[in-house]
Every structure is written in C-alpha cells, then in structure tokens.
Ligand binder design. Structure first.
Ligand code: APR
Length: 241
C-alpha cells in the first residue's frame, strides 16, 4: 500500500484491546468473561432479568475502565494527528481505549461500558459507577428504567448512517482484531470494496472473510499496526505531502 489516501475507515474489534488485558469474545470457547453472550447481551436476557445483566456489566466496568491503551490504539491516534487524510475509527468495542489513546472521530457502534440509557426518556447517563434498578434518571427522575448502553444482539448498531457514508467515501478500509462473524460490522468490508477502497486486515489468524481483503497482515496488532502506520506516514513524507 504505497498510496496517499484521502479517507481511511478503521474498523476495530476486541482483538485490538486483547493486549491491554481485555477479554475477546470468541477466543475462549465462546465465553465472554465466563458468561455466554446470549445470557448477558440480548434484549430477552435483559427483559427477563435486568438486575443480573446490570450486575454483569457493573462487575466488568472497573476492569475495562482501568485498562490502558496499547501501541495499536496509540498508533491510530498518531495517524489521526499526522496524516493529511481523514481517519475515522469505527469500533465494535465498548471499552474507551481509543479515547484514552487520544483518538478522535470514534464511533462506538456497539455502545460503551460507561454509558446507560434511560428507557423512559432516552437520556444517556455516563457513569463509571454501578447503574442498576435503583438508579434514578437525572433527566426525567424515573427510577429503575436504565439499560446498559450496550447494543444487544437483535438491536441495531449505533451511528449506521454515518458508517454507511464513511464506507462509501473511504479509499482505504482497515480491519483490526475482529473475527468478522457479527453483522452488520462483518459486512462493512464488502461495501468498502464495492465502492473501490483498498482493504487490509490485521489479525492474529486468518478470518472467515479473509478472502475479501487485498492484504492480510498476520500477527499481534500491537506490533503489526504501528509498522503499518509508520509506512503510511513515510509514504506521505516521500510524496512531499
Ligand atoms: N492482534 C490481532 N488480532 C487479535 C489479537 C491481537 N493481539 N488478539 C486477538 N485477535 C483477534 C482474534 O484472532 C479474533 O479474530 O481478534 C478477534 C477477536 O474476535 P472476537 O472475540 O469475535 O471479537 P469481535 O470480532 O470484536 O466481536 C464482534 O461480537 O459478541 C459481539 O458485540 C460483540 O463487538 C462484539 C462483536
């Protein structure tokens, strides 16, 4: 990839945060923090037992919020700062490691661990503390109507209009640390490719939609991604941009 790109679309998954010590979803025989995803990340589970689902996320929150960004997060922030083209980060992760790395233009399409939504009025509460059935909405004063602002299976991901626009306009699509099995995110590469973008995948292993990528860079993304960012910046310098 020796080109100067105008718009780069970076899709990140749990693999970019693995080296910051956070669990991925499908590397440990399908359990996410020792729970089956369908027990803690579906609307049915939440409606059946909201207290249990709140407890799961409250227990997860401190570990996720205390994690530190690794070189993969940091190099993306550097790219956003130094690259002449626009770099958008679309993340499936609910952690805030891109924010901690000082990235901007971040779209959390599956929500964020430190947010909860009031089902009465739609208010988004940002809190590092526990949110549960006793939490009172500061906006409408209703008690016990918060849901973790995590996009559950069966719900529509967030920011899809913006994502569609960026997919149509990007000339480079980069996928980092995602197994590419959960839609619609797993299908983003199709759209980017359809509209003519170069496509590159960073993963520890080959993934199911690996064949869709022009390039596949295998290895730990804390090593492979910074190398790639340096190449992009070097190309930009050599082009006298
Ligand atoms: N460097 C690069 N890739 C890595 C690393 C690493 N250090 N560690 C793990 N990976 C890769 C794994 O090979 C795997 O392909 O990261 C990917 C993680 O895949 P998943 O656990 O399936 O996570 P993700 O793709 O983000 O899941 C997507 O599924 O459960 C839902 O909403 C949840 O956002 C999540 C979505």
């Amino acid at each position: 990839m020796k080109k100067q790109y105008k718009r780069i679309f970076i899709l990140t998954g749990a693999g970019i945060s693995a080296e910051s010590g956070l669990s991925t979803f499908r590397d440990s025989d399908g359990l996410w923090n020792n729970h089956k995803v369908e027990d803690v990340a579906t609307l049915e589970a939440f409606e059946k037992n909201p207290a249990f689902v709140h407890k799961f996320y409250n227990e997860l929150k401190p570990e996720i919020l205390n994690a530190k960004p690794n070189p993969a997060h940091l190099c993306l922030a550097k790219l956003q700062e130094k690259y002449k083209g626009k770099v958008n980060i679309i993340t499936q992760n609910v952690d805030i490691l891109h924010e901690k790395a000082s990235s901007k233009n971040i779209y959390h399409i599956h929500g964020k661990i430190d947010e909860a939504m009031c089902l009465e009025c739609g208010h988004i509460l940002q809190s590092a503390e526990d949110v549960d059935m006793s939490t009172i909405c500061p906006h409408c004063a209703t008690k016990g109507k918060f849901k973790p602002n995590i996009v559950f299976f069966g719900e529509m991901p967030l920011y899809m209009p913006e994502v569609e626009k960026h997919l149509r306009e990007c000339d480079l699509f980069v996928s980092v640390g995602t197994s590419g099995v959960v839609y619609p995110a797993a299908g983003f590469v199709y759209t980017a490719k359809y509209y003519g973008a170069d496509t590159i995948e960073f993963n520890l292993t080959t993934t199911s939609n690996n064949y869709l990528f022009d390039e596949h860079i295998e290895g730990k993304c804390s090593i492979t991604l910074p190398e790639f960012v340096e190449q992009l910046l070097e190309t930009q310098e050599n082009n006298g941009e």
